[in-house]
Ligand binder design. Structure first.
Ligand code: FAD
Length: 425
């Protein structure tokens, strides 16, 4: 147990080292009085899974939702689960597993509601959509203190824009205390995984751009390259198509096939693979990009990756990617504030430095920004899964995330959070 009451115990090391002004656990009426804002730049940090550098900041108050908003309730006959705004994906998935159900969670079970509200890209998204595509109801408080309770199927015209805003941009508008999610029957999963070289990675990316919706590719490029091809086997057709791809993958002799009873049993990028250094003495930032099929540019992209990795300033830095497509491309840009529906790849750049080494921090952030610049030709958009209002890149990230919907979002922010109680846009 930490002795210092001004430290928040969370997975993100930047946040767990932050000297917060205060930690509160329950939303009371007076929370929305701006009495605690001693300056214009103060705002309330909200913590669910605590996996980002935005859930705690020096000198700011954190609302930690994990204790008071951790309820999980399954309405099995409706295939609907209602969870609190402080529930982490591990607890959601363990609960669902007992009922032979599942949900398209991401590559880690550590994230909390931030995963669900900022988009939520899963290896299963190509079949089931993003996490936001599976939100049926939302309860919470707008930044102006108004309690909201919205259901997808009974929205009035005044609520429609807010509903869209909460799906993809909720952290700027509201504190979400309950989310209703569609759930799915669980099926067996095949994983084809292993170390590959960059030449093999380029061939596998090429193959993946033609995948059916039950398959997705995820890769990490660190000291070495490791890939996961995810396949859900729901029916005979899945079995048949997956077998066809397995034949094509046979030539990559380092890949092995693993069978899992369900999605919850998979542990992506485990420590044992020693892909990157998970160092508690490091601080880090992550930036998530979005782009379309690489098509004929795969080889140029691989050359670019080679250079990025060659220049990484700290052993822990890496670039990894997830694959979108299928169902995620079917939704209209207008259904949410995750507007880049045409995208296929979500690479993210993980930049880490020794936590008290400010010189190294500068070098590492420069590497992150330069790598982003190089990758922009392939992946010009942003997935705002991490809020970087403390970094110079914030404004550009916000613009590249919300694009043509940014002015609507600014209007929503002015209505829902006029005093900027919540993180600034
Ligand atoms: C190991 C790891 C793996 C990941 N894998 C994936 C992946 O596969 N796919 C993917 O899409 N993303 C992935 N992410 C990114 C992650 O989903 C996002 O960064 C997400 O925002 C983290 O949410 P959190 O609740 O854990 O973090 P927090 O730091 O607690 O919250 C993040 C932000 O969301 C806001 N927020 C959180 N909860 C609420 C709430 N209830 N109401 C209002 N605002 C809230 C907070 O303001 C905060 O700034 C991964 C992250 C990690 C660390």
């Amino acid at each position: 147990m930490k002795k210092n009451n001004n430290l928040l115990e969370v997975p993100n090391i930047n946040s767990s080292d932050a000297q917060v002004k205060n930690i509160i656990h329950k939303i009371k009426d007076n929370l929305f009085n701006s009495y605690y804002k001693s300056s214009k730049s103060e705002y309330l940090c909200v913590c669910s899974g605590g996996t980002t550098s935005g859930c705690a900041r020096n000198g700011l108050i954190t609302l930690d939702l994990r204790k008071e908003y951790n309820q999980i309730h399954l309405e099995k006959e409706k295939n609907l689960i209602k969870i609190g705004g402080g529930v982490i994906m591990k607890d959601l998935m363990n609960y669902l597993e007992k009922h032979n159900m599942t949900f398209p969670t991401g590559l880690s079970k550590l994230p909390g509601a931030g995963y669900l509200l900022t988009g939520g890209i899963s290896p299963m998204s190509r079949r089931y959509g993003l996490a936001i595509d599976n939100i049926e109801s939302i309860k919470g408080y707008l930044g102006n203190g108004t309690f909201i309770s919205l259901e997808q199927n009974s929205l009035n015209s005044a609520q429609k824009l807010l509903w869209e805003g909460l799906k993809g941009a909720a952290p700027f508008l509201a504190i979400i205390t309950e989310i209703g999610l569609k759930t799915y029957q669980s099926y067996p999963i095949q994983i084809i995984e292993g170390f590959v070289n960059d030449n093999e990675l380029s061939k596998i990316i090429n193959l993946a751009e033609g995948f059916p919706e039950n398959l997705s590719l995820q890769w990490i490029y660190a000291e070495n390259i490791y890939i996961y091809i995810f396949a859900e086997i729901k029916n005979d057709s899945d079995n048949k198509t997956t077998k066809n791809y397995l034949k094509k993958l046979k030539k990559f002799t380092s890949l092995k096939i693993q069978l899992y009873e369900n999605y919850n049993q998979i542990n992506f990028f485990p420590k044992e693979l020693d892909l990157f250094e998970l160092n508690k003495n490091n601080h880090s930032e992550v930036i998530s990009l979005l782009g379309g099929n690489l098509k004929d540019d795969i080889q140029i992209f691989i050359n670019c990756m080679r250079e990025i990795i060659k220049n990484k300033p700290n052993k822990s830095c890496y670039v990894a990617s997830q694959q979108l497509g299928g169902k995620t491309k079917e939704f209209d840009d207008k259904t949410s504030f995750f507007i880049h529906r045409a995208c296929t790849w979500k690479p993210w750049i993980y930049a880490a430095w020794k936590k008290d080494d400010f010189k190294e921090k500068e070098i590492v952030l420069k590497w992150m920004n330069e790598s982003w610049k190089k990758l922009k030709i392939f992946f010009p958009k942003i997935h705002l899964a991490q809020i970087h209002n403390h970094l110079d890149s914030h404004e550009e990230e916000v613009y590249l995330s919300f694009g043509e919907r940014l002015s609507e979002l600014k209007t929503l922010k002015n209505i829902c959070d006029p005093e900027s109680i919540l993180p600034p846009l």
